[in-house]
Design a protein around this ligand. Structure first.
Ligand SMILES: Nc1ncnc2c1ncn2[C@@H]1O[C@H](COP(=O)(O)OP(=O)(O)O)[C@@H](O)[C@H]1O
Ligand SMILES: [Mg+2]
Length: 249
């Protein structure tokens, strides 16, 4: 599904990613771990196409289509979802209305008509039930005064409604409390299927107690220095990132 080939990226002339190779297949969960400043969020941004990062080399393919030159909206329409994609709060616009617009924009990009209101309502009801989300919450203004947990709930609801092929969840925010972590993990576990894929980025091993990744990659100094299975995450938790540095030295 996703192929990242020798990606290099820089911000304001400073080189941050130095040759990333990564392949994610449908049905897989990949975790990307690494110390602060390793380039994890940069990688997430480069995949989703944010333009403050300049990709200086390499290719990003989604279902064998080169998406390197596409802007974030076009990538979103092709099924790439990134957490904190819409971190802004919008007074007067409810979470539900916001998501309706996002869904209909994607449909429009494929030449489809708006989703009929009845179908949309049914979907909202189903997904809210699946994720145990109070529908009153969905009529509140987007992100306005949301707690950390509510922001996560909103994000996971967006994920459920938009049904992306590839979700990239950047969970590096150290402010995440355990309830918020569980909201994310629970959502991912319920929404995961054989046709989609999730890349979860995290500084802490904690989240991986709840989301079991198929593969774990360690990013350091803008490179993937080690890949493995979930055991690698435990080993990292136990021995720390210095252990890898020593091994590489
Ligand atoms: N917008 C930016 N402007 C300048 N430097 C940046 C910017 N974004 C990230 N960086 C730098 O790039 C490096 C990697 O950052 P980041 O991708 O956020 O790492 P991580 O998410 O692994 O903590 C850091 O040294 C950071 O200071
Ligand atoms: Mg980060």
């Amino acid at each position: 599904m996703l192929k990242i080939k020798d990606v290099h990226a820089s911000v304001e002339g400073k080189s941050i990613l130095n040759g990333i190779n990564l392949e994610v297949n449908a049905g897989e969960i990949h975790a990307i771990m690494g110390p602060n400043g390793a380039g994890k969020s940069t990688l997430a941004s480069v995949i989703s196409g944010k333009d403050e990062y300049e990709m200086t080399k390499g290719e990003i393919l989604l279902d064998n289509e080169d998406i390197t030159e596409l802007d974030p909206e076009e990538r979103a329409h092709k099924g790439v979802f990134m957490s904190f994609q819409y971190p802004i709060s919008i007074p007067g616009v409810s979470t539900t209305n916001f998501i309706k617009t996002a869904i209909n924009e994607t449909r429009k990009s494929k030449g489809q008509d708006d989703m009929p209101a009845s179908e949309m309502l049914k979907m909202i009801k189903e997904k809210a039930e699946l994720l145990d989300i109070d529908r009153k919450f969905l009529s509140r203004s987007l992100n306005e005064g949301f707690s950390g947990g509510e922001k996560k709930r909103n994000e996971i609801f967006q994920l459920a409604m938009l049904e992306p092929k590839l979700a990239i969840l950047d969970e590096t925010d150290s402010g995440l409390d355990i309830d918020a972590l569980k909201v994310v993990a629970n959502g991912v576990n319920k929404l995961k299927n054989k046709d989609n894929a999730v890349v979860v980025i995290t500084h802490y091993q904690r989240l991986l107690d709840y989301i079991v990744p198929d593969f774990v990659h360690v990013l350091m100094d803008g490179k993937i220095v080690k890949s493995g299975t979930k055991e690698l995450a435990y080993e990292l938790e136990e021995k720390g990132y210095d252990w890898i540095k020593e091994k590489l030295a």
